[in-house]
Design a protein around this ligand. Structure first.
Ligand code: PRT
Ligand code: ZN
Length: 285
């Protein structure tokens, strides 16, 4: 039987979340990560452990059918691979930053300046789109120290909390790209592998949809049921269960994480009591 091969990062920021996602999808990886690859016991799949920079190339060549890697790396490597699904972890942005005393008003201020980066391809494309000509210097790590040692006027690097920039006396001035971990695939997968990919994707979506939603339970006077049902319509319609207490019901439904606080406010103003909110493990749509 055909097996899908999936490349994930061997160690680094993506590794743990990738393994965790697979685990949540019920994929049991057999042995430790010391090796180059591990079999999976309960799904026709094997896992390759690679440096993240190498993953797009391996997927383009079909050495691995699938890969989990930052979108930033996919775009920088510019290989012929297909983006299948955004995975919602390892969120960050690729930003331009300048020393904090640099008088920055617009991207034009970087015209003819030297910009150090490890993201040469993405940065050059961005500058071209912005109509700015600057001198892009590719350096291989610790980009944030380049202005301090006189190697560049500005940098373009990944940012998540911003503390690295701050500690190096830099300020963020433009966002070039927003990134997160993504699932990529080889362009020409055989039919059997595509079916396996569909199964895997179904599981990933169930897991990630569940993460973006919460299960909500509350008590409400019966005359407010319709109003509350409009606020929390759930997947089809909410479940309504009568309470022992005369004239009251319990409503169960699903609420999106993003809408959560505004929904809670509306429910309270309708007179909801005893609101409970619980995480959902899997959500099958
Ligand atoms: O060894 P290998 O080549 O596999 O790993 P790597 O060292 O190239 O990559 P790694 O593990 O550092 O990052 C893997 C991926 O995580 C990146 O390609 C991004 O998609 C994603 N990611 C998310 C980040 C960050 N957040 C991040 N903050 N990658 C790097 N950083 C670095 C950034 O370069 C800077 O040095 O963290 C610093 C900034 O962080 P803050 O929090 O101080 O802003
Ligand atoms: Zn890397």
């Amino acid at each position: 039987m055909e097996k899908l091969s999936l490349a994930i990062q061997k160690s680094g920021r993506l590794h743990e979340s990738s393994v965790k996602l697979l685990k949540e999808c019920g994929i049991r990886i057999s042995n430790g990560i010391k090796k180059l690859k591990s079999p999976v016991d309960n799904f026709p799949m094997e896992i390759f452990y690679l440096r993240d920079d190498d993953i797009p190339q391996y997927v383009e060549d079909g050495v691995a059918d699938l890969g989990i890697v930052g979108e930033n790396v996919v775009l920088e490597k510019d290989k012929d691979v297909q983006l299948v699904e955004k995975l919602g972890f390892a969120r960050c942005r690729l930003s331009l930053a300048v020393p904090k005393d640099f008088k920055y008003n617009s991207i034009r201020d970087l015209s003819e300046k030297e910009i150090a980066t490890t993201y040469e391809v993405i940065l050059k494309k961005y500058l071209k789109e912005q109509g700015v000509s600057a001198d892009v210097r590719e350096i291989s790590g610790s980009v944030e120290i380049a202005p301090g040692i006189g190697l560049a006027d500005a940098i373009c690097d990944l940012v998540s909390t911003g503390s690295t920039l701050f500690m190096n006396g830099l300020k963020e001035v433009e966002t070039v790209l927003k990134s997160e971990a993504v699932l990529i695939r080889n362009h020409e997968l055989a039919q059997e592998k595509l079916q396996l990919l569909d199964q895997l994707l179904f599981r990933i979506k169930s897991v990630n949809t569940a993460k973006n939603n919460k299960y909500i339970l509350l008590n409400i006077p019966n005359e407010k049921i319709d109003k509350v049902a409009d606020i929390i319509p759930g997947m089809k319609s909410p479940t309504v269960v009568p309470l022992e207490r005369e004239g009251w019901s319990s409503i169960h439904s699903v609420v999106k994480e993003d809408d959560f606080w505004s929904v809670i406010e509306s429910l309270k103003s309708e007179g909801a009591e005893g609101i409970l909110v619980v995480p959902i493990e899997k959500m099958v749509l």
